[in-house]
Design a protein around this ligand. Structure first.
Ligand code: ADP
Ligand code: ZN
Length: 513
């Protein structure tokens, strides 16, 4: 016997209404239709299987990749009075849980994927009534996705051996390619996909080239009183930046990363959650599973791993719906490093990684709406302008820099692909430095072909070429041509260059980018 879903929503969860696509997903599940729900973080995915778990006879089996997240959800479900348990390597009460499961006394059973696919588990499932399989973080099933977990591939035979039991896959992060893969891998028909809107209209997006990073972030922190998160790329980086930002004593700043003693980490996290003005400098591990609705800004000190990651991390700002800001600082070396790492991963995953990097390139390089780039990535068809991102609020100037790019690439090539930008620039500007003299570079055809005004474009052009993989760096930091250089040298593609807004260009100081 199935209970009325609205009654369960009011009585068990205490919510007055479904949010967004929750109703659609729950209705499908209760009608036993296989479903892939793509919902951004915070949209309320858990309810989509927890409610049917309560409403339906039989137990809902939830497959989830992280024990910590599983236990968070378990505690939350138990607090609502839902009969829930987990079978993981850290649970001691296996026997009791199995007994309760067999006796039909569980609404929800959480398991890790490697357990779920074991023979023993399958025979346990055969001895009770199962209402639903929920596969959380379903993008883990796809090699194309950013978080592939081989164990997820073993789920299909388990699901197939219970053909009458509906399956619900859930994820916050899936581009079109990954979605197709999830449907295929988990045996869900394409018309079973439900996609929630990804727009977070209260978040103002802004992207800046790094140019004196500590000062740049310091300025932001000084002008944003609310609690904020600054994501640094390394553990050491979080501590250093926290120290620098907190030095003037005007803001409480703490650090958080997985290498810190657990007590200290916990204390910092608790202090942040309770605080109304703290700045937390952290690695991306921070924020997962914590519920702090009033984060006013999220800053990325370097390039995130993917658009999905960026969306999820920046999405920790403004969960309360009040205005919030997301700032991303990047440098060309972020792209160079990311591309170097591609060589170290398995061949099958390289194409996905390359696509992720160029999607990030499109986000940082665009002179158009940042929100539109993000939403298009998630398969939406947004308006061309949003009115609430840096480029919409202050449209940047753009120039055709193709000829400057060709001069720069030629100079890199003719000087032997082993010098940094400083020397290449000296050659192009016709400066008779000692190095130019020693190498005889004043006799090259590219010597002195760039005048003072054009020279101002060389640095941003070099950065744009690096983002596009037209310019690469050797192990000593010397510039060399990348695979995309040829098309530009042959004048087959253009290089439109977005210039930072005039306001930001004034008063620039030295660079630590
Ligand atoms: P996700 O897993 O998609 O990130 P959660 O399931 O953790 O999101 O839900 C996010 C928050 O929204 C939780 O605090 C949850 O209690 C709340 N929530 C979920 N559904 C509703 C609803 N229908 N009405 C009000 N709040 C809801
Ligand atoms: Zn915009």
């Amino acid at each position: 016997m199935t209970r009325d879903p609205l009654d369960v929503l009011h009585e068990t969860f205490g919510f007055s209404a479904f949010r967004g696509v929750q109703e659609q997903v729950v209705t499908r599940v209760l009608a036993r239709q296989n479903t892939l729900a793509i919902m951004p973080t915070g949209a309320g995915k858990s309810l989509c299987y927890q409610l049917p778990a309560v409403a339906l006879d039989g137990c809902c089996v939830v497959i989830s990749p992280l024990i910590a997240l599983m236990h968070d959800q378990l505690r939350a479900a138990q607090a609502l009075g839902i009969r829930a348990a987990s079978l993981t390597s850290v649970d001691a009460d296996w026997q009791e849980t199995q007994d309760r499961f067999r006796a039909g006394e569980l609404d929800l059973l959480y398991v890790a994927p490697e357990r779920a696919s074991s023979e023993g588990f399958r025979s346990l499932l055969g001895r009770a009534s199962i209402a639903l399989f929920a596969i959380d973080e379903a993008h883990c099933v796809s090699e194309w996705g950013h978080d592939f977990r081989p164990d997820y591939r073993l789920l299909r035979p388990l699901l197939d051996s219970f053909p009458d039991c509906p399956r619900l896959a859930l994820t916050a992060t899936a581009d079109a390619h990954t979605r197709e893969d999830i449907l295929k891998q988990l045996g869900i028909a394409p018309d079973g996909m439900v996609i929630a809107g990804f727009d977070r209209p209260n978040i103002r997006y802004a992207v800046h080239p790094r140019d004196g990073l500590t000062r740049q972030i310091g300025d932001l922190v000084a002008s944003n009183p609310g609690p904020g998160i600054v994501y640094a790329q390394t553990r050491a980086g979080t501590e250093k930046l926290a120290e620098q930002l907190g030095r003037d004593g005007r803001r409480q700043v703490r650090a958080y990363h997985a290498g810190m003693p657990p007590e200290e980490r916990r204390a910092n996290q608790d202090a942040f959650i309770a605080s109304e003005d703290m700045v937390m400098v952290a690695t991306v591990a921070f924020g997962m599973g914590i519920d702090k609705p009033d984060v006013r800004f999220v800053v990325h000190a370097g390039l995130p791993k993917s658009i999905e990651g960026y969306y999820q991390e920046s999405g920790r700002a403004g969960r309360d719906g009040e205005p919030a800001e997301a700032h991303l600082f990047w440098g060309a070396e972020d792209f160079i490093r990311a591309r170097m790492r591609i060589g170290e991963i398995e061949a099958e995953r390289q194409a996905g990684e390359r696509a992720r990097i160029s999607a990030l390139g499109a986000l940082v390089e665009t002179g158009g709406c940042r929100r539109a780039v993000l939403l298009r990535h998630f398969g939406e068809s947004p308006a061309d302008t949003c009115g609430n991102c840096d480029n919409c609020l202050s449209p940047p100037d753009s120039v055709d820099a193709t000829q400057t790019a060709r001069k720069l690439l030629s100079a890199v090539y003719r000087t032997g692909q082993s010098f940094g930008l400083g020397h290449v620039e000296a050659v192009l500007r016709g400066q008779n430095t000692d190095k130019v003299q020693q190498r005889g570079h004043d006799r090259l055809s590219v010597f002195g072909i760039v005048d003072g005004e054009e020279a101002l474009l060389l640095k941003p052009v070099a950065r744009a070429l690096q983002v596009r993989d037209a310019l690469a760096t050797n192990e000593h930091g010397g510039l060399m041509l990348g695979p995309e250089a040829r098309a530009i040298l042959r004048d087959e593609v253009q290089l439109p260059l977005v210039l930072p807004p005039k306001r930001a260009r004034r008063g620039r100081r030295g660079s630590d980018a």
